[in-house]
Design a protein around this ligand. Structure first.
Ligand code: 5GP
Ligand code: ZN
Length: 116
């Protein structure tokens, strides 16, 4: 099983080869602030292991996916978001995915937002 794609920008963030403003890290995932935020708080939750898209998850990844989703409310609380948030996973070409390393956007904070 490949865990690191040397051409992948998010794998480079996991490896510390590209800087990112981290919000959380554990054995399975890394959370960092989006470089182009839509809202006062906009973080990306990514698995440390390279998985290109949500369409590429397999049996055995349910725990990882549950962990990613389950982290969202805690992250938002810790980042001071008190009035709701969005969770979003873009998948593939028609899903308008730009970075092909699975990531969940978690977006919140007072409106107006620039997007979404
Ligand atoms: P997608 O459209 O693939 O769901 O979204 C990719 C997201 O990654 C975009 O919101 C974009 O701003 C963010 N992004 C792309 N490159 C970088 C980077 O090098 N660092 C950080 N922090 N975010 C990035
Ligand atoms: Zn990757």
């Amino acid at each position: 099983m490949s865990t690191h794609d040397p051409n992948c920008i998010f794998c480079k963030i996991v490896a510390g080869q590209i800087p990112a403003k981290k919000a959380h890290e554990d054995e399975q995932v890394l959370v960092f602030h989006d470089i182009n935020p839509w809202a006062p708080v906009h973080v990306l939750v990514i698995p440390k292991r390279h998985i290109a898209t949500l369409a590429d998850v397999g049996p055995g990844d349910e725990g990882l996916l549950g962990h990613m989703l389950g982290l969202a409310p805690r992250l938002m609380r810790d980042l001071g978001v008190t009035n709701g948030f969005r969770t979003l996973i873009n998948t593939g070409k028609d899903g308008l995915q730009e970075v092909y390393h699975l990531h969940m956007h978690v977006i919140g904070g007072p409106r107006p937002w620039t997007k979404g």
